[in-house]
Design a protein around this ligand. Structure first.
Ligand SMILES: NC(=O)c1ccc[n+]([C@@H]2O[C@H](COP(=O)([O-])OP(=O)(O)OC[C@H]3O[C@@H](n4cnc5c(N)ncnc54)[C@H](O)[C@@H]3O)[C@@H](O)[C@H]2O)c1
Ligand SMILES: O=P(O)(O)OC[C@H](O)CO
Length: 343
């Protein structure tokens, strides 16, 4: 839909400046994708600033070069100061604090995109991360989600992604141009909530898939769990936002991300170890040991989803989501995943 990088040869007087907020596993790869494009697209400054919480891509992506035009900056406020395109890509649990630090510190004309899979639960109900960014920083925020295991994209294996946007197609197309490469095919979808909820909720299903793997229940069981999970993802999203489109679940952010996460993601991997140990080692312990600084999103998202379900009286409508949380907190054994998830 959007012109490719080589077609964007129009001289623009006010070039956009991009800052990536986050430098973990996916944050570093996102910076690499973007930096390869800002060198080619004349409407962007070459330099891509990347806020680093710790010195890390050496740790998370050994041997991968991000591009000489990626400038690491440990000072959050300094990193965002000049940017009018902000890419947020940290584990979701840190975003509330990051937004609080950024209030009044960003350009008034800034646009944002969130690559973060997760949500906040406030007193008044669930709050998607893009909404948190919009409410706290008073800027428009698109999302980019998809079947995107960072280590595979780092070595330029082909994948797809979906940009979710609200109304402003022009800005969505600008984000599509900024991320698209020959090995990363991005399309836009006017359903910001649907796209973001797909990326968020699939992490809960990935935990369930990991339990199935740890219990060595086989492919048919895993496929059944993925089907039930997809159905709950769709039902939950539509109950929260009636605007969510069925077609979104067939984009990369939907069924494709669900598949890749349940086959090869970090949530699956740690949940497999949890079930193999009969639930006797905590997720915190397994995360620290197996991911070495990277963060799981599925366990906390399962808790957040559970809180929404309990608050709204929907627990019985979502047996898979409910069971995943109860296994994670030790209220049920891992074997409950097939006993209680059926509906
Ligand atoms: N890794 C992937 O394959 C992948 C792919 C698509 C989407 N995502 C999503 O992108 C988001 C970021 O994931 P990631 O893989 O880049 O991160 P990650 O799992 O590698 O997390 C580690 C990051 O958290 C930072 N961190 C630790 N404590 C912090 C604190 N107190 N404040 C701020 N930052 C802190 C670390 O410095 C590091 O940058 C997540 O929502 C994830 O679901 C990840
Ligand atoms: O490794 P996970 O489980 O955090 O999943 C990574 C990505 O979200 C896959 O698209």
């Amino acid at each position: 839909m959007a012109p490719t990088a080589s077609e964007d040869n129009v001289e623009v007087p006010n070039k956009s400046r991009v800052t990536v907020v986050g430098s973990g596993n996916w944050g570093s790869v996102a910076a690499k994708l973007i930096a390869s494009n800002t060198l080619k697209l004349t409407s962007f400054h070459d330099e891509v600033r990347m806020w680093v919480f710790e010195e890390e891509n050496v740790k998370y992506l050994p041997g991968i070069k991000l591009g000489q035009n990626v400038v690491a900056d440990p000072d959050l406020e300094h990193a965002v100061r000049d940017a009018n395109m902000l890419v947020f890509v940290t584990p979701h649990q840190f975003m509330k604090g990051i937004c609080e630090r950024l209030v009044g510190k960003i350009r008034e004309d800034a646009e944002a995109i969130s690559l973060i899979k997760g949500m906040e639960v406030k007193m008044e109900g669930p709050c998607m991360i893009s909404t948190l960014i919009t409410q706290q920083l008073r800027i428009n925020c698109c999302v980019l989600m998809g079947a995107n295991i960072a280590n595979e994209i780092a070595v330029e294996k082909f994948s797809e992604a979906t940009v979710g946007y609200r109304e402003n197609k022009e800005i969505a197309e600008k984000w599509v141009r900024l991320f698209s490469t020959h090995y990363f095919m991005v399309s836009a979808c006017e359903d910001v909530e649907g796209v973001e909820l797909c990326g968020t909720l699939k992490n809960v299903v990935a935990i369930a898939a990991g339990f199935v793997d740890g219990l060595e229940m086989g492919n048919n069981t895993k496929a059944a769990i993925m089907r039930m999970g997809l159905r709950e993802m769709k039902a939950f999203s539509k109950l929260l936002f009636s605007s969510v489109k069925d077609s979104t679940f067939f984009e990369s952010c939907g069924v494709a991300d669900l598949i890749t996460t349940c086959l090869g993601g970090r949530n699956r991997k740690c949940a497999e170890a949890f079930a193999r140990n009969g639930g006797k080692r905590s997720f915190d312990e397994l995360e620290a040991e197996m991911l070495q600084g990277q963060k799981l999103q599925g366990v906390s998202t399962a808790k957040e989803v559970y809180e929404v379900l309990r608050h709204r009286g929907w627990l019985e409508l979502f047996p898979l989501f409910t069971t995943v949380h109860e296994i994670c907190i030790g209220r049920l054994p891992p074997t409950a995943i097939v006993e209680y998830s059926q509906s």
